[in-house]
Design a protein around this ligand. Structure first.
Ligand SMILES: CCCCCCCCCCC/C=C/C(=O)SCCNC(=O)CCNC(=O)[C@H](O)C(C)(C)COP(=O)(O)OP(=O)(O)OC[C@H]1O[C@@H](n2cnc3c(N)ncnc32)[C@H](O)[C@@H]1OP(=O)(O)O
Ligand SMILES: NC(=O)C1=CN([C@@H]2O[C@H](COP(=O)(O)OP(=O)(O)OC[C@H]3O[C@@H](n4cnc5c(N)ncnc54)[C@H](OP(=O)(O)O)[C@@H]3O)[C@@H](O)[C@H]2O)C=CC1
Length: 286
């Protein structure tokens, strides 16, 4: 598990070419990091990608990356916390690329902070982006799919700390756990309408776009954390693309309400042989 099979490393797609041909895929926060990696994989399989986020710079970067690979992409201004902006974004995507058939709720806010120091507004910002934003986008998506009488797929991006929590990330972990539960409620509610709702929980996937607050404090970066991961390495962002495209494809037509974990076994690495416990107040500055 320390490397990728040569065919995959060479960039071959996991699913058949054209699996998403003619389909519009909206990726919130799709201009950077994992969202962009997933958008690129959907585009390689023929999807038309709508990158929806706040920053024009992030959107332009993502659109350019996908177009440079021959894909179709448009940037759409959106703050997922605002229901009016969400409605307008779906309308705009429909005008430019066609109705959204796949929604990736990837946008997130997070910053490490000791829980006793987290301001009410800081808590709200993260919970609103992660939990409320996911709900607002899912609701707008499903209302449109149901009105058209057409099926669809939603994929919510979680984090492995939905189980067990995350010291220094109480806001994000609580919000992601809420999204996990929301995934299950909506999967049941919308299954009769042909709308599948699944979740993808990544472990550690370092990339060059990390927001400043999320950059590793170690001089050697997140790469060095591989020693704690049973697979012996961190994740490669393209691997999330493979998982995301499968879960949203017709090959997963009977999969809904599921949380797919992709972490090289990191979440299972709890044993009496773990290193000494280090309180979060000793890891983060005051
Ligand atoms: C598995 C174990 C993991 C261990 C760690 C490894 C890390 C690897 C990755 C782990 C999982 C990753 C999960 C992620 O979600 S990564 C995604 C991160 N990306 C982003 O956060 C990008 C978007 N972020 C933002 O836009 C902002 O950070 C923010 C979320 C704050 C929202 O921006 P907005 O402009 O709406 O908000 P404000 O700037 O006005 O701030 C609102 C309040 O929040 C307070 N704040 C902001 N930053 C900090 C900080 N670094 N520390 C403390 N408080 C902060 C800010 O002061 C405001 O509060 P007040 O009004 O009270 O001052
Ligand atoms: N990287 C990792 O190791 C892990 C990541 N994850 C999850 O993966 C997903 C992607 O994270 P990652 O790529 O690492 O982080 P990034 O910071 O690169 O991506 C977050 C994206 O969210 C967008 N965003 C933030 N707030 C809003 C908002 N209010 N409205 C619309 N878009 C918003 C940002 O775009 P803009 O600034 O333009 O709005 C940005 O593109 C997140 O859900 C994260 O929680 C989970 C576990 C591990």
């Amino acid at each position: 598990m320390n490397g990728l099979p040569p065919a995959l490393a060479a960039g071959l797609a996991m699913l058949p070419d054209g699996t998403f041909a003619g389909k519009t895929v909206m990726v919130t926060g799709g201009g950077t990091g994992l969202g962009l990696a997933m958008g690129r994989e959907f585009a390689r399989l023929g999807g038309r990608i709508a990158i929806a986020s706040r920053s024009e710079e992030h959107r332009a970067k993502g659109v350019a990356a996908i177009r440079a690979e021959g894909g179709i992409a448009e940037g759409i201004a959106l703050d997922v916390r605002d229901a009016d902006q969400v409605a307008l974004a779906f309308d705009t995507v429909e005008e430019r690329l066609g109705p959204v058939e796949v929604l990736i709720n990837n946008a997130a806010g997070n910053f490490p902070v000791r829980a006793e120091k987290l301001s009410p507004n800081g808590w709200r910002a993260v919970v609103d982006i992660v939990l409320t934003g996911t709900f607002l986008c899912s609701k707008a998506f499903a209302a449109r799919r149901v009105a058209r009488g057409e099926s669809g797929a939603i994929l919510n991006i979680l984090a492995t700390y939905v189980d067990g929590g995350a010291p220094g990330h109480a806001h994000s972990a609580a919000a992601k756990a809420g999204v996990r539960n929301l995934t299950e409620s909506l999967a049941i509610e919308w299954a009769p309408d042909g709308i599948r709702v699944n979740a993808l929980a990544p472990g550690l996937f370092p990339h060059d776009d990390h927001a400043p607050a999320m950059r590793s404090r170690r001089p050697d970066g997140y790469e060095a954390e591989k020693t704690r991961i049973p697979a012996g390495r961190v994740g490669k962002t393209q691997e999330l693309g493979w998982a995301a495209t499968y879960l949203c494809s017709p090959y997963a037509a009977f999969v809904t309400g599921h949380m797919f974990v992709i972490d090289g076994g990191d979440r299972l690495n709890r044993s009496i042989r773990n290193p000494e416990f280090e309180p979060i107040r000793d890891q983060l500055p005051d």
